[in-house]
Design a protein. Structure first.
Length: 512
């Protein structure tokens, strides 16, 4: 199928951009990668950047009195990082443009669909908003697919899937699912459209705020690098002004530590820029999902008695070691071994608490998004069917619980227990009240159900804003942590220099 082939091409392009260490070093390949983002890049500018990087490395080498081969290595590191820095700069603009495209698409699509209640008509209206770019191309492909009328299983699902495949935002599947429901079943859609527009506004405002916060964080990282560099230069000037017999400037350990310090600064700057180049649409990384899945499994399968036995066994071994060391008269070893034993006695509680807190925080972040998807699905489905439809794309901390609830409802469709037991071990009041509301909707008539859904939507709007802010905090954690790295690296370099100076000073005292 043509769509699958285009998907493979995009995956190969992304693999080249993020993969091989040497792919971007060829100027032509770098230019092609930037062209794929929709921007142009001149070779004259690239040469100017290379010369500036070499000059900067040479300047730092002179200021810190580095030997020539360390200066060459530092210059090579700067030149090596340059293509990635350039690409990250263009990728940042590219990702920002993709975010704006999705934001504009959602808003125009919802307004147009409210007027016509036809997906094809809404797509055509929305396509006219984009005069050029990738979004226009994808919309034209989706329109052409619908107009041809040839499909495998679901015409509108496959056509809108082209947009979801190109712009992998969590908002798109929920919106498209609702539009398809109205297209198939008809009915009033004004209230649901208002809900989606409200959600879109909250999402857009918070992502724009996150962008500004990340830019400010990058400025703080650069400022931290500059301040610590000045501190390192001050200490270096002090050592350089000392008499030659106490000088540590030419010492191999000093030279090596200074080179490593400068190299780490280059890597820190690259890392800060990479944080800005991340996608604004895909907020969750696969590695983070695996961690959260592990935390959830730990909490879900936690057996306090069994874990306590393990802790006692591990702690008991160290207490036995402490007793033996005490009998041998090694008091320091005895104290250390006993301290480790005390920690191991409680390791099961500490590990569980860390996992529990992480899962609770993630549930608070993703539950409102799931609830909004439920509110949309309830416009055309009953509660049980809506729950079943959300399982496939549900967040990792909700998926197992939703499957359990769905299985329980199939056995006891009228029981309240499956709703009350959903995430029951976490005892979250917002979750419990929402599940009670869903049970009330499932038991109400159509008129009462619509009123209950409206109450559910109003309650969820506040949770959505809180959820987006939690997502922003999570995204900012990476770049905020980078701020402290320059302080750590300059501290380590200073410690090495002080140790070298003390050893040299003591050596001179022995000679004299």
């Amino acid at each position: 199928m043509k769509r699958k082939r285009s998907s493979k091409k995009r995956q190969n392009r992304k693999k080249k951009g993020a993969g091989g260490l040497f792919y971007l070093f060829h100027p032509g390949d770098l230019q092609k990668q930037i062209d794929s983002f929709g921007y142009s890049f001149s070779m004259g500018k690239y040469i100017l950047f290379i010369l500036s990087a070499i000059a900067g490395a040479a300047g730092c080498g002179t200021l810190f009195s580095l030997r020539w081969y360390y200066v060459v290595l530092l210059a090579a590191a700067c030149v090596w990082s340059l293509p990635f820095l350039i690409l990250d700069g263009y990728k940042q603009m590219y990702e920002h443009k993709r975010f704006l495209d999705v934001s504009d698409y959602l808003e125009q699509m919802l307004y147009s669909f409210r007027m016509s209640q036809k997906i094809l008509s809404a797509l055509k209206d929305t396509q006219s908003l984009f005069t050029e770019g990738r979004m226009r191309q994808v919309l034209l492909q989706a329109i052409s697919y619908i107009e041809k009328g040839k499909y495998e299983k679901d015409l509108y699902g496959e056509a809108l899937g082209m947009i979801e495949e190109e712009y992998q935002s969590s908002r798109l599947p929920a919106v498209h699912e609702y539009l398809r429901t109205v297209e198939d079943n008809g009915g009033a859609c004004g209230d649901a459209i208002d809900l989606l527009l409200q959600d879109k506004a909250i999402w857009t405002d918070n992502v724009m705020l996150l962008q500004e916060d990340k830019k400010s964080a990058r400025i703080r990282v650069v400022f931290s690098l500059a301040v610590t560099m000045v501190m390192a230069l001050v200490f270096h000037s002090v050592y350089r002004s000392m008499p030659e017999r106490y000088s540590i400037i030419e010492n191999p350990a000093t030279q090596m530590s200074t080179f490593i310090y400068l190299l780490l600064n280059v890597l820190i700057f690259c890392r800060a820029n990479k944080e800005l180049a991340k996608s604004w649409l895909i907020r969750e990384e696969k590695g983070e999902e695996r961690k959260l899945a592990g935390y959830y499994r730990l909490v879900a399968s936690y057996n306090e008695k069994a874990e306590r036995k393990k802790s006692w066994c591990m702690g008991g071994c160290f207490f036995l070691g402490a007793a033996l060391l005490g009998g041998m008269g090694r008091r320091y070893g005895m104290v250390i071994s006993a301290g480790i034993g005390v920690l191991l006695l409680n390791q099961h509680k500490m590990g569980y608490r860390v996992a529990f807190d992480r899962v609770v925080r993630e549930v608070n972040r993703v539950f409102p998004m799931w609830l909004m998807e439920m509110a949309l699905l309830l416009q055309g489905n009953n509660v049980q069917v809506s729950i079943e439809k959300t399982i496939e794309h549900a967040p990792v901390v909700l998926k197992d619980e939703l499957q359990k609830m769905s299985d329980s409802l199939k056995r006891k469709p009228d029981a309240i227990e499956p709703y009350l037991s959903f995430l029951g071990r976490f005892r979250l009041s917002s979750v419990l009240s929402s599940m009670k509301m869903l049970y009330a909707i499932s038991e109400s008539g159509s008129g009462d159900a619509q009123y209950q859904i409206q109450v559910l939507v109003e309650r969820n709007s506040k949770l959505m804003d809180k959820s987006e802010k939690l997502s922003n905090e999570k995204s900012l954690a990476g770049i905020n942590g980078i701020f402290y790295l320059p302080q750590i690296t300059v501290s380590l370099q200073t410690m090495v220099h002080m140790v070298v100076f003390m050893l040299m000073f003591l050596g001179q005292l022995k000679l004299s």
